[in-house]
Design a protein around this ligand. Structure first.
Ligand code: NAP
Length: 287
């Protein structure tokens, strides 16, 4: 293997230490920081993600409030819970674990969160601010990816970036962030209708795979020396694998994120950053 490993676990630990320091400062001013997680249904993978987010919050000194609703919960039940969390003085960040069970409209549920408590940065107001390049809550996974690239000194300015996957959660906001002034990447957003994916991805200095398709990206998709960021989390037997054929691509790429231990921990770190930032805004009265 020739590629450098971009170690999300290690970089996330640094971010989480900074978050813990900020939580301590707020505690010194009499303000505790709280994150409420909302899980609808009993999907075991979602339960695992929520538990690891809550654990990470508690390790940083953030109080974690766990709220679970049954899979058959009506939209009104979810909205009533979120209203309560919006009003609660103990809750600074609200995270609704996605995907929601079929029948619940994610856009409506995300839109019912107070944008100032939107820990995942997916409220329409925050996504709108992102498009307008104005201050708002940053989307957690894309921000985590940029923090990781920055940590390893991988420049986006002037880079050709191909993002595979155009979801609201990852691909679309990441493509927008990368194209903003200050980031200055040239971005192509690929999806399931992109013809000849490999011809496009081979042009990338930075290739981000966020499709949820195990093994989608092989060595022939990668320009020698490119940075490859694997967002995918796919269940494979007992373990988790990404969208990138790690062994083969690591022979060609200059740098690569592992799965697990790459983007996943960075997403959680960004979520905690958003939560402590919300608490800081609350205590200073800035919104
Ligand atoms: P999603 O909503 O299912 O979107 C998948 C995207 O990939 C769609 O835009 C789809 O295209 C595209 N796609 C699917 N097959 C493709 C193909 N063969 N070639 C090119 N594009 C293809 O998924 P998501 O929520 O963004 O999640 C993507 C993956 O990232 C999943 O494995 C998820 O578990 C993981 N994830 C990880 C983190 C983390 O923190 N590491 C966070 C969020 C998500 P169309 O739009 O044309 O259908």
């Amino acid at each position: 293997m020739s590629a450098r490993i971009l170690d999300g676990t290690a970089v996330a630990a640094l971010v989480r230490t900074e978050v813990a320091d900020r939580v301590d400062v707020l505690a010194g001013r009499g303000k505790s920081v709280g994150l409420a997680t909302v899980l609808v249904g009993d999907d075991p993978a979602s339960r695992l993600y929520v538990d690891s987010k809550r654990r990470a919050a508690e390790e940083a000194g953030i109080r974690a409030f766990d709220h679970s609703l049954p899979a058959g919960a009506a939209l009104g039940d979810v909205e009533r819970l979120i209203d309560r969390l919006n009003e609660s003085g103990s809750v600074d960040g609200i995270l609704v674990q996605l995907p929601l069970p079929p029948g619940l409209d994610e856009a409506v549920v995300l839109g019912s969160i107070d944008p100032s408590k939107d820990a995942d940065g997916l409220h329409p107001t925050n996504l709108g601010m992102l498009v307008m390049d104005r201050p708002g809550v940053a989307p957690a996974t894309p921000t985590g990816i940029l923090t990781l690239l920055d940590h390893y000194g991988i420049p986006t300015d002037g880079a050709m970036v191909v993002v595979v996957g155009r979801s609201l959660l990852v691909g679309r906001p990441l493509a927008i962030l990368l194209g903003l002034k200050g980031r200055d990447a040239t971005v192509a957003l690929a999806h399931s209708h992109t013809p000849d994916l490999a011809a496009l991805t081979r042009q990338a200095d930075i290739l981000v795979a966020a499709a949820g398709r195990p093994g989608l990206i092989g060595a022939h998709h990668v320009k020698p020396g490119a940075t490859v960021v694997d967002v995918g989390i796919n269940q494979a037997g007992e373990g988790l694998i990404g969208d990138v054929d790690f062994e083969a691509v690591a022979e060609v790429a200059g740098a690569i994120t592992p799965v697990p231990g790459g983007v996943g921990p960075m997403t959680i770190a960004s979520l905690l950053e958003n939560t402590v930032a919300a608490a800081e805004r609350r205590i200073t009265g800035r919104h």
